[in-house]
Design a protein around this ligand. Structure first.
Ligand code: XMP
Length: 310
């Protein structure tokens, strides 16, 4: 595919669709939403309002870092604090699908609906790619950014129209477009991180305290495994507890699982054979997090396991 013609074609199409109206998009810092942001701003400049929704489920320092990367490219991104809304919607939920639904509803109906009304935006740009559509239609994945394909009319339900400029591309194509748009490597080489963010790595209830635990463990895992070249690596907080001895006292503490996998396209995955020394160091650092007294390494391939835990 000639990606330069793709970019030119999409810019022309975006201009024609949006006209004099305003558009809005949510940036997560992932490669898809980053490409949409850069493409949209190239096409319609400040007619596109880009927001970063701080859902309280992001990794350490992530919201500020993403806003800064785009500011350095001359693209203003508004940081919207919606922590209370998301945490409120997740309160008391333990079922994985209910948790995912709560995040989807909060994102589109509560937070986005409000922003669209505030800005008067008529269009919403989405980073949906071809694989998302195929996997959602096949029932493999429950992506939260595929509305039309699962029979939800966003204009009727939420009051805006969705444009998906990347829907004919796969990940490799998106990365090619990212290069043409001169996005920094920190964005183009980022490991996959799911839309529902750290909530996919918390088994059981998502509370502020539990997010803080998995966030601290995630920072350790990303720091220790960043040089492995693995497809994805993560920390998961289980809802079970286990007895441990901390400072000479028995405590019923928390359990963190570490997962590090090789994969080509996330449809299948195999665990990475990490060096023992590396695993021991990760274990030592993770069990130094308050209230965590066990650290496990997940050896399960996909299938039968999925990559995330919810
Ligand atoms: P699973 O857990 O289904 O994950 O084996 C496959 C890949 O998809 C990512 N993932 C998501 N990405 N929204 C996303 O944008 C989601 O809801 C979502 N759930 C899983 C996961 O990180 C892995 O790379």
């Amino acid at each position: 595919m000639d990606y330069q013609s793709f970019v030119n074609g999409q810019i022309a199409e975006i201009k024609a669709s949006v006209g004099n109206h305003l558009a809005i998009n949510a940036l997560s810092g992932g490669v898809d939403s980053s490409v949409v942001t850069a493409l949209g701003h190239k096409a319609i400049g400040d007619q596109l309002k880009t927001v970063f929704i701080e859902n309280g489920l992001m990794r350490q320092g992530e919201p500020e870092r993403v806003v800064k990367i785009f500011a350095d490219m001359g693209i203003p991104v508004r940081l919207v604090d919606a922590k209370k809304e998301f945490l409120g919607a997740l309160k008391g939920l333990t079922d994985p699908e209910e948790k995912r639904n709560a995040i989807t509803r909060t994102f589109y109906a509560t937070v986005f609906g409000k922003l669209v009304r505030e800005t008067g935006a008529k269009y919403l740009f989405h980073g949906t790619i071809l694989t998302d559509i195929e996997e959602t239609v096949a029932g493999i994945k429950r992506q939260h950014n595929i509305l039309a394909q699962i029979g939800i009319d966003p204009e009727k339900e939420y009051g805006y129209q969705v444009l998906e400029p990347l829907k004919t591309l796969r990940k490799d194509g998106v990365r090619e477009v990212a290069k043409l748009l001169i996005l920094p490597q920190e964005i183009t080489r980022r490991i996959p991180f799911p839309g529902p963010a750290l909530a996919t790595r918390i088994v059981g209830e998502v509370t502020e305290e539990r997010i803080a635990t998995v966030r601290a463990a995630t920072a350790i895992v990303e720091e220790e495994l960043g040089d492995t070249g693995a497809f994805q690596y993560m920390a998961i907080l289980l809802s079970d507890r286990a007895t441990g001895i901390v400072n000479g006292k028995r405590e019923f503490g928390q359990i963190i699982v570490v997962r590090c996998i090789h994969s080509l396209d996330a449809r299948t995955a195999t665990p990475v054979e990490l060096p023992w020394e590396k695993l021991k160091r990760i274990c030592e650092r993770i069990t130094a997090i308050p209230d965590v007294n066990r650290c496990l390494y997940d050896l399960t391939p996909k299938p039968p396991a999925t990559i995330e835990y919810i």
